[in-house]
Write a protein that binds this ligand. Structure first.
Ligand code: FAD
Length: 443
């Protein structure tokens, strides 16, 4: 599998992974690659949620000429292979962590931003009439040990006091009555605004809306070289070149090792993996009683996340391999199957029909940045730490605003600094291995 730490860019003409989502698409859009030299106001690298959302807003709202250059096909990165949880958040800092770090007022504004990220996904779905199997169901963060329950209860109390009724604590009995039956879950925090989608249908919807707004999207055209001139940038692909005044880097976890010095060593691509089971039998469904549309995640350091799919399969995700070479090693699939069994023992030995992985972008201080170069000609948004479906959609809109009407941006920490560099970045994977070993012991 492509490895962004080792390789400079993803090679072209790579298939979508053998995912449940790719299988659900009857006909992918026909795309073309870049075969000549073109000019645009803004060139965007990467056709996932970030790139397509910013392209759409730049073209539709601000009338800019926009070209998106994608190494493979739209949604080939994380956007077409995630779990489809539309969550009110990003990064790894909770709102309470943020209160401690930046104060209550800023945390309140971040909360508003998270709510707006969900609204922005909804706006896309409504305006583009995107049929992405949207299923309301809410998000449940579950204690995987009794010792975690009290912490969650306190968090829920504070969150609902400060951020409204959309957040509540549910005890283990309520979890069992209303959400899922598992002897190994002990209570949790429930957010009712979240919903589930088919992420591939969503990103293809963004693609269609962007192209209808006049954006030119070129597939199978990795940027292999970048030259900055006095007033413009030249991005080179195998068979063509884009010249643009401004460039947006929207490559997140798929950002190759030599993309641009502005972001070098400022994030850490980490693999997250998913298994999807065969459809459950009625008896199995009756045993686990997992509520349709519910998105669940546990409190492990190495979190498991899961949901019931519309055709009664279970999607179950968690950490992946340490590097691209080992991504498809069956041991990763086995680890997830074991996690599924621990959560729902009745599903021991259930057939797994799909297994795939994708690169998430971890930032050193656990939250993303939307920022730009000193001369404001290069913009980027990355570091969502595996929680970027809703936030990247909003980030795309914010990138467009930052270019066209920067005064309209909310004043939040996401824009106030660059992503920090990882110290000893060449040892990131050694650190990750050690972290995984320690975390699995403590979990
Ligand atoms: C297994 C998994 C499950 C996840 N589940 C969830 C979830 O349920 N909810 C949630 O909120 N988040 C989830 N995420 C994270 C979420 O999917 C991402 O945060 C989000 O999709 C990021 O979108 P993006 O557009 O920034 O990047 P991507 O969708 O990754 O797009 C980047 C694109 O850049 C392209 N690219 C890279 N280099 C070049 C180059 N040199 N030239 C041209 N193109 C290039 C790539 O081909 C890629 O298509 C999950 C991630 C994974 C891997």
């Amino acid at each position: 599998m492509y490895d962004p730490i080792v390789e400079p860019y993803p090679k072209s003409h790579q298939q979508y992974p053998d995912s449940y989502w790719a299988k659900s698409i009857e006909k992918f859009p026909e795309t073309t690659s870049l075969v000549n030299d073109i000019q645009a106001d803004i060139a965007i690298i990467g056709a996932g949620y970030t790139g397509l959302s910013s392209a759409y807003h730049l073209a539709k709202k601000y009338g800019k000429s926009v070209v998106v250059i994608e190494a493979n096909d739209p949604g080939w990165g994380c956007s077409g292979r995630n779990a489809g949880f539309v969550l009110p958040g990003t990064g790894r800092l909770s709102l309470l962590d943020m209160e401690q770090k930046w104060g209550r007022e800023t945390a309140q504004s971040v909360f508003q931003e998270y709510m707006e990220s969900i609204d922005t996904v909804n706006d896309f779905i409504e305006q583009g009439n995107i049929d992405c199997d949207k299923t309301p169901g809410g998000y449940l963060k579950l204690a995987h040990k009794r010792a975690k329950v009290e912490g969650l209860r306190k968090q829920a109390e504070k969150l609902s006091e400060r951020y409204g009724e959309s957040v509540k604590f549910v005890c283990s009995q309520e979890v069992n009555n209303a959400f899922l039956k598992s002897a190994n879950m002990f209570g949790g925090i429930y957010f009712d605004k979240s919903f589930a989608v088919n992420p591939m249908k969503l990103v293809l919807g963004y693609y269609q809306m962007a192209t209808e707004a006049g954006v030119k999207v070129f597939s199978n055209s990795p940027v292999i070289n970048w030259q900055q001139k006095t007033n413009h940038h030249c991005l080179y692909t195998q068979n063509g070149r884009v010249t643009a005044e401004k460039v947006i880097i929207a490559t997140n976890g798929y950002t190759g090792s030599k993309m641009h010095p502005l972001i070098a060593n400022r994030h850490f691509p980490v693999l997250s993996s998913i298994i999807v089971t065969r459809p459950l039998k009625i008896s199995e469904l009756a045993t686990i009683q997992l509520k349709a549309g519910l998105m669940a995640m546990d409190t492990r350091r190495m979190k498991y996340y899961y949901r019931l799919l519309p055709d009664n399969r279970i999607l179950f995700g968690g950490r992946g391999a340490i590097n691209g070479k080992k991504a498809n090693n069956p041991i990763n699939k086995k680890r997830l199957a074991q996690g599924l069994k621990n959560t729902f023992p009745v599903l021991d030995k259930i057939d797994i029909d799909h297994f795939w992985s994708g690169w998430v972008s971890a930032s050193c201080d656990n939250y993303p940045r939307i920022n730009h170069s000193e001369d404001k000609s290069i913009h980027y948004s990355m570091g969502y730490c595996g929680s970027g479906l809703a936030f990247s959609t909003l980030a795309g809109k914010r990138l467009a605003q930052n270019i066209c009407e920067p005064e309209s941006l909310p004043n939040l920490p996401f824009w106030q600094s660059q992503l920090p560099k990882f110290p000893f970045s060449q040892f990131r994977r050694v650190g990750l291995s050690a972290y995984y070993a320690l975390a699995s012991l403590r979990d």
